[in-house]
Design a protein around this ligand. Structure first.
Ligand code: F6R
Length: 249
């Protein structure tokens, strides 16, 4: 696992966007796992900028988003499908057929989850999975406890997460959907490369737990340490409580 600590959030976002762009350029048919949330907004902005400058082509890229709220369709401004349209898809040349976000209004949610896993397999798996981290230590919406072999499924959102995400819902946690579809920890660990990005002092405590705490299903992000190609990009503030291993000469 590589941990990169940058001086400020802007540098963290640039490092992350450059890693994603390098992956897109290096692979003939790249398959990206995408995340939503505040952290990702700046990263998508940088990718869009590269595309508009003519240096990044998304035409052969396939994407799978991590998660979606149950009950919110693509037209709902709070849905993750809508978020992705606004922050990335509308501005780059991805094929519509290459875009996958779990369908939060599917009539049969379990079938949607099974189909999502099958679609990832049919695309030959995910090359690079982008991840944020929630206050509960979730990656995707894998709230504690989430088995490390869990697959795409319907989950109940933790009260902490509903509060964390209430900004888009008039700051009222009760208005945040109580359930979501999420790739499982097992699904995420199968990606060939993981990239987790966290910035800001608000992430410092959970980052220390994720990097130094016991690897356990109560903190999904600790699973990343089991992956042999994982990169964590932090700014100084997010790394401020991380007890870095001392390297002895
Ligand atoms: C969203 C997702 C979540 C977020 C996490 C951090 O698709 O999978 O795990 O990455 O909650 O969110 P922000 O970036 O808003 O702090």
């Amino acid at each position: 696992m590589d941990v990169i600590v940058t001086d400020n959030p802007a540098q963290a976002f640039h490092r992350a966007a450059d890693m994603i762009a390098t992956e897109i350029r290096a692979i003939r048919k790249p398959v990206l796992g995408l995340a939503t949330g505040r952290t990702m907004e700046s990263i998508y902005r940088l990718l869009v900028r590269q595309h508009k400058a003519g240096t990044l082509d998304f035409s052969s890229t396939t994407s799978f988003n991590l998660d979606e709220y149950v009950g919110l369709g693509p037209e709902n401004p709070n849905s993750y499908r809508h978020y992705m349209q606004e922050h990335l898809f509308a501005h780059v040349n991805m094929r519509l057929s290459g875009i996958h976000v779990p369908d939060g209004i599917a009539p049969d949610l379990d079938a949607e989850c099974t189909g999502y896993e099958a679609a990832i397999r049919a695309s030959n798996g995910i090359d690079l999975q982008l991840l944020g981290i929630g206050e509960t230590g979730h990656i995707g919406f894998n709230e504690p406890p989430s088995a490390f072999d869990s697959r795409t499924r319907v989950v109940e959102l933790d009260a902490i997460t509903r509060r964390q995400n209430s900004g888009m819902f008039g700051n009222d946690p009760e208005r945040v959907p109580s359930r979501a579809l999420t790739m499982g920890v097992g699904t995420i660990l199968e990606a060939r490369r993981l990239l987790l990005v966290a910035v800001g002092a608000g992430k410092a405590s959970i980052i220390n737990e994720a990097l130094n705490g016991p690897i356990c299903e109560n903190v999904s992000a600790t699973a990343i340490r089991l992956h042999d190609k994982a990169t964590i990009i932090l700014d100084e503030a997010a790394a401020s409580l991380w007890k870095r291993p001392t390297i002895r000469p």
